[in-house]
Design a protein around this ligand. Structure first.
Ligand code: NAD
Ligand code: MG
Length: 383
């Protein structure tokens, strides 16, 4: 489990907790906080616990003393976790930093449940090609892509007319740009339907999340940008749809709880029983739909353009966005600056055709440097 201490990681472990005899937890991986990782490793009797940040190693080792659980730290140790013989890997690290272990898991032919959308946006082509070559099974965790996957299974791919990606619209769905300019970090972190990690919650508020998901859908299902539609659906009950050329649209519905798509991936090709997630449509009462507004949410346009440009441009979009979201969370720039930083960076950098993962990594690094200087410029104005 990559990203074991995060929102997706904890939802996954909640499913394991509900039926502990069905699983054997091999390795748990987290970023820098040793204490919560050690607690989970002890609870689930993992064989190995890894923190990416070497500075957290002494604390992790101390917290696991006497447990018989191996402690490790650093980038190589993160890779070691997926090199161990396991059947199933959850890729739920946040950010493009999750690319290397996800790629390694796919190279080794594991069944990989991918929540980490940033790695798909940055290197979707390489990841899917690697999976194809090794025979690895890729299962989409992101609720929308999980819904599409479910609506595609058993159907003729050639008969797909388009994918319809639903979006709650986030907390600022009805706000105008002047009001958006003044929103606080707290307001942006308050998602109406979903409880998630900070980065994806901010992405949902800017709607960059939907832009990233557009690119993610393209790679996962091989559908071109022009045939992926975004549909605002504030209730987050229909998690996405597939439109077939005969006029039928197939949807997957459910409560907005990540345990549902994660359970699908854990159970695949079967289905697990999950407590407390039954959807009551009579209680929901009504479902609403609207077209998205790319004027108020420029991230939608930026992501579409990036996908159309192809090559390394989506990796640049992602890297610039990661830098801008961090700066917003640190209160260095305003909410509208997030998409503005991404746009500025994309205008400054040329795209390229990546051949290897190193090309992507280099492009990611260069983009982050340019994005940091753009952030610094805006932070000076913002202060
Ligand atoms: P989170 O911030 O709650 O958790 C992130 C996890 O990654 C933590 O365990 C953290 O320790 C770990 N991590 C951070 N940096 C790391 C590093 N350098 N090396 C190893 N581990 C590191 O995030 P989340 O909300 O669980 O989201 C995880 C991923 O899943 C993101 O890509 C997000 O877009 C995607 N996703 C999340 C949800 C959701 O409901 N939370 C839904 C769909 C997709
Ligand atoms: Mg999603």
């Amino acid at each position: 489990m990559l990203g074991a201490t995060g929102s997706v990681g904890r939802s996954t472990l909640a499913l394991v907790r509900a039926d502990p005899a069905a699983y054997r937890v091999t390795a748990l991986v987290a970023g820098s906080r040793a204490a919560p990782l050690a607690a989970l490793a002890r609870e689930f009797d993992a064989r190995l616990a890894v923190v990416a940040d070497p500075a957290a190693y002494p604390e992790l080792r101390a917290a696991l003393a006497g447990s018989g659980i191996e402690a490790a730290a650093g980038t190589e140790a993160v890779l070691e976790a997926v090199i161990r013989p396991v059947d199933w890997v959850m890729s739920a690290i946040v950010g493009a930093v999750g690319l290397a272990p996800t790629l390694e898991a796919l190279r080794r032919g594991r069944m990989v449940a991918i929540a980490n959308k940033e790695c798909l946006v940055s290197a979707g082509g390489l990841l899917l090609a690697t999976a194809k070559a090794s025979g690895a099974v890729v299962l989409p965790v992101d609720s929308e892509h999980n819904a599409m996957f479910q609506a595609l299974v058993g159907h003729d791919r050639a008969a797909v007319e388009r994918l319809i990606l639903t979006a709650s619209g986030g907390p600022f769905r009805t706000l105008d740009r002047a009001a958006m300019a003044k929103v606080t970090v707290e307001e942006a972190l308050n998602h109406p339907n979903w409880s998630m990690g900070a980065k994806i919650t901010i992405d949902s508020a800017t709607m960059m999340n939907k832009g990233l998901e557009l690119i993610e859908a393209h790679h996962l299902f091989g559908v071109p940008e022009a045939r992926i539609e975004i549909l605002i659906h504030p209730q987050s009950v229909i998690h996405s749809l597939v439109a077939y050329r005969d006029g039928s649209q197939l949807a997957q519905l459910g409560v907005p709880d990540m345990r549902v798509p994660i359970a699908f991936c854990l159970g695949w090709p079967g289905r697990l029983a999950v407590e407390g997630v039954q959807l009551d449509l009579a209680k929901v009462g009504r479902l609403e739909f609207a077209a998205p507004d790319a004027e108020r949410f420029p991230a939608l346009r930026l992501a579409r353009d990036a996908l159309r440009s192809g090559g390394t441009v989506p990796a640049m979009l992602n890297a610039a966005n990661e830098v801008a979201v961090s700066a917003f969370l640190e209160r260095r720039i305003g909410f509208l600056d997030i998409a503005a930083v991404v746009e500025q960076v994309l205008m400054q950098l040329p795209g390229d055709e990546p051949r290897t993962i190193d090309d992507i990594r280099e492009c990611d690094g260069v983009t982050r440097r340019v994005a940091r200087s753009e952030v610094a410029r805006r932070a000076a104005q913002h202060a």
